[in-house]
Design a protein around this ligand. Structure first.
Ligand SMILES: *Cc1c(COP(=O)(O)O)cnc(C)c1O
Length: 362
């Protein structure tokens, strides 16, 4: 039996919630979605939340809601899931990649400054693995250069910086994919304090209309169903418990893996609440370690083995960046199971196997 790298935790509460929606006969976007939006907005601490059918859709709709498009540049990180940069491409704007910080794997704010041009319209930091990006510096840069901030918070439900939740500094995009800190099966959410942005995102979500059969802009069908929202409401109620279990598990792993040659455990910056979507270490012989761990029944993840700017589709577009920290991280990062479904015994098994693995490889 493999200890999985991710596992959604669902029980009778979600099953009942879904059954109730199915029995009601109202199964598309309706009352459950409205309730979920209100609850999520309150949780994050924003005025408005707009539910959509994926995290990718949340980022895409947020960009469109700000009017970002052809001729605009958006500075983001190449060390992320491809959806981050693709959401920018969807709008015909250009993703521009800044390098990352060694300790947090998040976008390097000094490199952001080097990448700003007259075409730069927005910054899209990612709170990777659940660790907040350096939002103080990012908001200062945004203010100085009059830039929009769209936070990719797809891995960071409940993470905070200086006591403020991510997704509430600028406009946030969250994902509720089954591997994330909470799920709706597929799903996403835009969080914002800007009413105009929320209203436009709602139009983008549903064929550009506020009023049925009156279409003011070109929109899409990005709607969440009440079935998904019903799952989301239960999961949101459990999120704080899930998060504290992730944080406890991370602490056990770090206590067990500190001071091992060739391994670097995750660091947490001052003033940051890390929600450990992933527990990601650096390992000198990452690929060998993964093989040994998988053989021993420990699931691992590589997020992400090929940076976005090195993906075939981006090379085809002419991307040829040199991002040394990003490229190094892509070779060294390996994630270990940290989700709330990992037991105490399994944590010890993971620690022992990493120690053994490092010795075998040596
Ligand atoms: C999961 C994820 C997305 C996309 O979310 P989906 O719900 O899968 O569309 C975007 N960015 C990051 C960093 C993610 O982890």
């Amino acid at each position: 039996m493999m200890i999985p790298i991710a596992k959604p935790l669902l029980d009778e509460r979600e099953i009942d919630a879904v059954s109730n929606v199915l029995r009601s006969g109202m199964i598309a976007e309706g009352a459950q979605v409205a309730k979920f939006e209100a609850a999520f907005a309150e949780y994050i601490g924003v005025e408005h939340a707009v539910a959509v059918n994926s995290g990718t859709a949340a980022l895409h709709a947020a960009l469109l809601a700000y009017g970002i498009g052809a001729g605009d540049e958006v500075i983001t990180t190449s060390f992320s899931f491809i959806a981050t940069a693709n959401s920018i491409l969807f709008t015909s704007a250009k993703p521009v990649f800044a390098d990352i910080e060694e300790d947090t794997f998040n976008i390097d704010t000094n490199d952001i400054l080097d990448k700003i041009t007259p075409e730069t319209k927005a910054l899209m930091p990612v709170h990777l693995y659940g660790h907040p990006a350096d939002m103080k510096a990012i908001m200062e840069i945004a203010e100085d250069h009059n830039l929009i901030v769209i936070e990719d918070a797809c891995q960071a439900h409940g993470a905070s910086y200086g006591g403020t939740n991510v997704g509430s500094f600028g406009t946030g995009g969250f994902s509720f994919y089954p591997t994330k800190n909470m799920t709706t099966s597929e799903g996403g959410m835009i969080t914002t304090d800007d009413k105009t942005v929320a209203d436009r995102a709602r139009m983008v979500r549903s064929h550009g209309s506020k009023q049925r059969y009156l279409h003011e802009i070109v929109g899409y069908n990005l709607r969440m169903t009440d079935i998904s929202a019903a799952i989301g409401l239960v999961q949101l109620d459990k999120l704080d418990d899930f998060t504290s279990m992730r944080q406890k598990n991370a602490k056990v792993l770090s206590d067990g893996l500190r001071n091992i040659d060739g391994i670097t455990i995750p660091s947490i910056r001052n003033d940051c609440e890390h929600v450990f979507h992933q527990y990601t270490i650096r390992a000198e012989n990452r690929d060998d370690l993964a093989t040994v761990l998988n053989k021993a029944g420990v699931g691992t993840g590589m997020y992400y083995p090929i940076p976005i700017h090195k993906q075939p589709v981006y090379k085809e577009l002419g991307y040829d960046d040199k991002l040394p920290e990003c490229e190094k991280a892509a070779m060294e990062a390996i994630s270990l199971p940290v989700h709330p479904g990992v037991s105490k015994d399994e944590l010890n098994e993971i620690i022992e196997n990493v120690k053994n693995g490092v010795e075998i490889i040596d």
